[in-house]
Design a protein around this ligand. Structure first.
Ligand code: PLP
Length: 420
């Protein structure tokens, strides 16, 4: 077998295109935040992670412009040697203050932060990593990078408790979990995990990519919302969502951050976060901390939209966040609905296996404070139209066992082999 055989045998995307079901890599030609242009069509953007609607905030855009004037477009090297900016350091100081941790460390992306930090912490002698089954891919890959003696997966609090009881099997445990699950918008039970921590001694790593900036007092995140900030040993956040930029960070004890600063390979051997990205993230953080009505507007919009889609008969999977998933089940139906929604002026995205279990496809929508009532009403109108024309199941997905494969796969395989 040739090394490239899997490449030559890869036809999934082409088959989906041929079936008129391909919903990915949609080319945006412009964006204003709550609206965008896709292939010449104006759409309401409900497929982003711009949870605070700050990507087009004048102060955030100005800060990015000013940083380019001061530093140019790139750092051209690692912070360790030549790429460290006063902007990175100001951002770290303010993030530490914001998250209630002693120190913070900024990375060029959230994915790199998770890979590197879990990779190095998980390489401590006798480390055993416990990762929640629904964790983000970067957490899973970080666990793979770790030279840990063992890596385990748990599903839910009861399963974690059961595994932790076998204490002799894990001398040194790191429990790793998303604060908010990125597809369903469901919050993790961090309070429950904090209670387990009292009983069994372990370290806790929380990826709050989708909670930081929106949940808890002042948007301080999921742990703050559940009153357990001090139980989180390493708090991860990204700038690619609420902070309207690119980059990621971890916040923790000063000694931990100091160690990570020198030992994390994705920090040392990768170029620094570009000036404009660092400045935009810092400006977003400052706007969030200053603007008293931003979060109020966000939650008004979230409640309005979530109530609206529920009235239309969509199941929103227990989400309590600006991510409003619409359970669909069938992958074919999810693709069809996204494409039809776009044709009617609403941009939303499908989530299918492996992001969710097979047979548990959903339409992922997200609400921001930048959406007007008009935007939300128009979006609800499109979703009402889709609900009328398609059989969308209003059932609790927990009652549906996962399928063995995505429903379009069999049809595509048959088509590929010339049987259909
Ligand atoms: C839960 C979670 N963690 C980490 C990341 C990676 O963040 P970034 O986009 O900054 O690489 C994402 C982004 O998709 C995410 O959803």
């Amino acid at each position: 077998m040739d090394l490239f055989d899997p490449c030559y045998a890869f036809h999934d995307a082409d088959l989906l295109k041929a079936a008129g079901l391909f919903p990915y890599f949609r080319p945006l030609s412009s964006s204003e935040g709550p609206t965008a242009t896709v292939e010449g069509r104006r759409v309401i953007m409900m497929g982003s992670n711009d949870y605070l609607g700050l990507t087009h905030h004048p102060e955030v855009m100005q800060a990015a412009h000013d940083a380019i004037q001061r530093f140019g477009t790139g750092c051209t090297g690692s912070r360790f040697l030549n790429g460290n900016l006063d902007l990175h350091e100001a951002l770290e100081r303010e993030l530490a203050e914001f998250t209630g941790k002693a120190a913070a460390l900024v990375f060029a992306s959230g994915f790199l932060a998770n890979l590197g930090v879990i990779g190095i912490l998980g390489s401590t002698k006798d480390a055993v990593l416990f990762s929640e089954a629904d964790n983000h891919a970067s957490l899973m890959d970080g666990a793979r990078m770790a030279r840990a003696s063992r890596s385990r997966v748990f599903k839910g609090l009861d399963d974690l408790a059961r595994q932790l009881q076998a204490r002799e099997e894990w001398p040194n445990a790191l429990v790793i979990i998303d604060g908010v699950f990125s597809m369903t918008g469901r919050e993790a039970d961090l309070r429950g995990i904090a209670a387990l921590k009292q009983r069994y001694r372990f370290r806790l790593y929380v990826d709050d990519a989708h909670g930081i900036g929106v949940l808890g007092p002042g948007g301080r995140g999921t742990a703050a919302a559940q009153g357990v900030t001090d139980d989180v040993d390493v708090l991860f956040g990204t700038f690619s969502k609420s902070f309207a930029s690119l980059g990621g960070f971890v916040a923790a004890d000063a000694a931990v951050i100091n160690y990570l600063r020198y030992r994390t390979r994705t920090q040392i051997f990768s170029a620094a976060l570009p000036p404009a990205s660092a400045a935009a993230a810092l400006a977003s953080l400052r706007v969030l901390r200053r603007d008293g009505v931003l979060l109020e507007r966000l939650w008004d919009n979230v409640t309005y939209f979530r109530d609206g889609v529920q009235r239309l008969g969509y199941h929103t999977m227990g989400s309590t966040t600006p991510i409003v998933p619409l359970f669909v089940g069938s992958e074919t139906l999810a693709f069809t609905l996204c494409l039809e929604a776009e044709a009617m002026g609403l941009f939303v995205t499908p989530a299918v296996y492996p992001a969710v279990p097979a047979g548990h496809a959903l339409i992922r929508t997200s609400v921001t404070p930048a959406h007007s009532r008009d935007h939300l009403d128009t979006a609800l109108g499109v979703l009402a139209d889709l609900a009328k024309r398609h059989a969308i199941p209003n059932v609790d997905p927990a009652t549906i066992p996962p399928a063995r494969e995505m429903d379009f796969q069999a049809a595509l395989k048959a088509r590929e082999s010339g049987q259909a």
